[in-house]
Design a protein around this ligand. Structure first.
Ligand code: MG
Length: 463
């Protein structure tokens, strides 16, 4: 058997591969590993096959019909959800036991940027062990970079780990599982894949399946014998051709694809796509605002359609900020930036003010005498921006009127030294003015005396 989906189209599947065709992961409450299609499902599938494509279209229309009753998954017993985010990714996930099974054999891994869904098979205490070993192995072994070769190797390690576990008495012989894993880093996504779990990418409102099922019905689709929608309801839809847990030489598909901001990635077990047509998956993925809402809506739809299988859905948004409350985030970011800028501005202003106050001087008055102040001759929020550092014995009243007026309003100087020079100049100015006044007074007195003496001489002469 040639697998056209492998990385090397010339690689031939090992002889043991056909046995996987009889392996199933749709075992309702039994350890029997024979072909697993539920009798009810078989009957339903046969009926729907006879109806043809028109029935499938009707089903999609009904699924989208307004007012249609839908299962509620929130708080449901056997249903669990988990969500989270990083700078570039936002995700939501839900797993549900379904409406037929009594336990959940699916396991999932949410270890950003690595995500994985593994669908266990082999019955109770087996399928869930295999799927758990798979996600645990991937969690430990897979690097946090989108390297598809390494991702494929990690899935192959998980395959060997399951085989070894069964040989050592953990789980049960024949247990197995699928594995669909993605690792997303900005615009690159690596995909590792074995089995019929799936990875979809919702890009620009269009859903694209990027994995190829390793299943019997997928081969029929590839051969052009049935359509994809017919495969979903085919009686042998649960028969898979490659799985982890039985063949030590099993290999995993692996590849890299580009993803873009706004893309929505969906990784799911076949409990989703076996119950819900791709058209409805697309519709629900487009209409859901958050990844968690999308995961919940998809699981709810699978249950509404019958919930025949365990169903696990992981939804990952790339740069999901563009989808959810982007406006509110922008407002928060703007507010934070504004507050930060304002705080920085006030801090710089305050520090500048302190520096200015510490390095400024002015000459003013204190008790009608000349005085020296450090700081600015002003107030800030009612607080003075200066303090008195030195008083003098120079009365301002003895200075010229113009100088007095300037001193009352404060005379700014460049430094303390300049202030002292200016103050001493006032002192010298007063001294000069006093000496000048004394000289003037003396000259005036002499002139008076001379005048009186002259008058007396004249009188004497007259006598
Ligand atoms: Mg399944």
């Amino acid at each position: 058997m040639i697998d056209e989906r492998s990385d090397n189209p010339n690689v031939e599947l090992p002889e043991t591969t056909p046995e996987l065709i009889d392996t199933t992961h749709e075992q309702p409450n039994t350890d029997d590993t024979s072909i697993d299609v539920l009798p009810e499902a078989q009957e339903e599938a046969s009926l729907e096959s006879e109806k043809g494509d028109s029935t499938i279209i009707d089903e999609a229309i009904i699924a989208d019909a307004p007012g249609r009753t839908s299962m509620c998954v929130e708080g449901r017993s056997g249903s669990e959800s988990c969500s989270g985010s990083t700078v570039h990714l936002r995700w939501g996930a839900r797993t549900d036991v379904g409406l037929v099974r009594d336990h959940n054999e699916d396991s999932s891994l949410l270890q950003a940027p690595l995500f994985c869904v593994s669908d266990g098979m082999g019955g109770h205490a087996a399928g869930e062990v295999a799927s758990r070993i798979t996600v645990e192995t991937l969690a430990q072994e897979t690097p946090a970079t989108p390297n598809d070769v390494q991702l494929g190797e990690c899935i192959e390690k998980a395959n060997l780990a399951i085989i070894n576990a069964a040989e050592n008495g953990e789980g049960k012989p024949g247990m197995g599982c699928t594995a669909t894993a993605v690792c997303i880093n900005e615009n690159m996504m690596s995909v590792g894949h074995v089995g019929d779990s799936r990875c979809y990418v919702l890009h620009a409102g269009k859903l694209v399946r990027v994995t190829h099922d390793h299943s019997f019905v997928e081969e029929l689709v590839d051969a052009g014998e049935i359509t994809a929608d017919e495969a979903r309801i085919h009686p042998s839809r649960s028969v898979i051709t490659r799985a982890l847990g039985s063949d030590p030489d099993m290999y995993a598909d692996h590849f890299l694809i580009d993803v873009n901001e706004g893309d929505r990635i969906i990784v799911c077990s076949d409990g989703l796509n076996s119950m819900v047509p791709d058209a409805v998956i697309e519709s629900l993925a487009v209409s859901s605002v958050t990844p968690q809402q999308a995961a919940d809506s998809l699981v709810a739809e699978a249950l509404t359609q019958g919930g025949h299988d365990n169903v696990t859905v992981i939804v990952i948004d790339v740069s999901s900020d563009t989808r959810e409350d982007n406006h509110l985030k922008m407002q928060r970011d703007f507010f934070k930036k504004t507050v930060k800028a304002l705080a920085i501005f006030l801090a710089v202003l305050f520090l500048s003010l302190i520096v200015l106050v510490r390095t400024s001087w002015y000459i003013g008055t204190y008790n009608q005498k000349v005085a020296l102040y450090r700081g600015l001759n002003s107030n800030f929020l009612g607080l003075p921006l200066s303090n008195l550092t030195e008083t003098t014995d120079i009365p301002i009243a003895e200075l010229p009127q113009g100088t007095q007026t300037k001193l009352i309003h404060g005379i700014a100087v460049n430094s303390e030294e300049t202030a002292h020079i200016t103050i001493e100049s006032y002192r010298d100015q007063i001294k000069t003015m006093q000496e000048k006044a004394q000289h003037t007074a003396k000259d005036t007195g002499l002139a008076t005396n001379n005048s009186v003496g002259s008058d007396n001489t004249k009188g004497d002469n007259n006598e």
